[in-house]
Design a protein around this ligand. Sequence first.
Ligand SMILES: [Zn+2]
Length: 291
Amino acid sequence: METKDGSNNKVKTTRGSKEPSWTPKKENSPEWLREKSFLYNKKITCPVCGSTFEAKAVRSSSYRILSKDTDLFIRYSVINPYFYDVWLCNNCGYATMKVDFLKLRKYHVDSIKERITPSFKPREYPDIYNIDIAIERFKLSLLNYVVMEAKASSKGVNCLKLAWMYRLKKNKDKELLFLKQALENFKEAYSAEDFPIYGMNKHTIMYLIAELLRRTGNEEKALMWLSQVITSRGVNVRLKNLARDQRDLIKEKQDKEALEAEKSRLELISLKEAEEAKTKKKSIFSKFFKK
Ligand SMILES: [Zn+2]
C-alpha cells in the first residue's frame, strides 16, 4: 500500500499506466484530436436566465481510472472528467457542478441575477479544457454556491475538487488552502445535513473528515475520527481497511517523531556531559597550575 514517497496517499495503482501531465494540448495535434473525440455536447437550458447553451460532456467509455488517493481523489488517464465537471451559462454567469445545475430554487435565481450576472463577463473557452480552465470554472462555481448560500456539502465538495486540481498542478500551498476549506464545510455538513452527501454515506464522510484533518496536520483529531470509523458497526470493509491504514500511518509517523525527539534529547545530554567533563578537567588543571 506504500507509494514511492512513502506517504501512503494512494490506494491502488494500475500497473504500467502513467498519469498524464495535464499540460494544455496543442490544437489539432493527435492528442488534442483524440481528447476532442471523447467529448460531446449536451444541450442545457439555464434555470436562471432561460437561455440554452451546450455543455461539454465526457463519454463514459473514454476515461480510465489509474488510481485513487486516500482522500477519494480519482486519478485518470487519457481524459480528465473533473475538467468538465462545472457547467456554466455564458449568458448570466450561473455555474455549479453539473449534478447541482438544475436543482436550484426560486430564491437562488434572484441571488444569481442580483449578485452574479451584473459583474459577469462572458468568456470564450477552447474546444478542450485544461487544468487552468478547470480551476477557473471550479472557482466560478464556488462563487455561485457562496452567493446562493448553498449547503456546506456543496461548498465542501467544490473546495475539495479545487484542492485536487491544485494537487495535479503541484501547487501545495493552494492545495492545502482548499483542503482546509473543504474540511470546515464537511464538518458543518456532517452535523447539519442528511446522508448520503454527494453519494457518500455517514461513515465515508467521517473517514473523509479524518483524512482531511490528517492532510492538514491535525493528526490527533484525525485519530479520533478514524477510530470511530474503525469501531462503528456496519462499516464497509474496504472503508474500514482504509481507515486502519491511515491510523497506522499516523501512529508510525508519531513513533518515528518520538524516536527522533528521544535521540536528540540523548545527544543533548551526552553533549552536556562532555562539556561538563571538559570543565572538570580544566578545573583540575587549574588547581595544579594555580599561579
Ligand atoms: Zn443563464
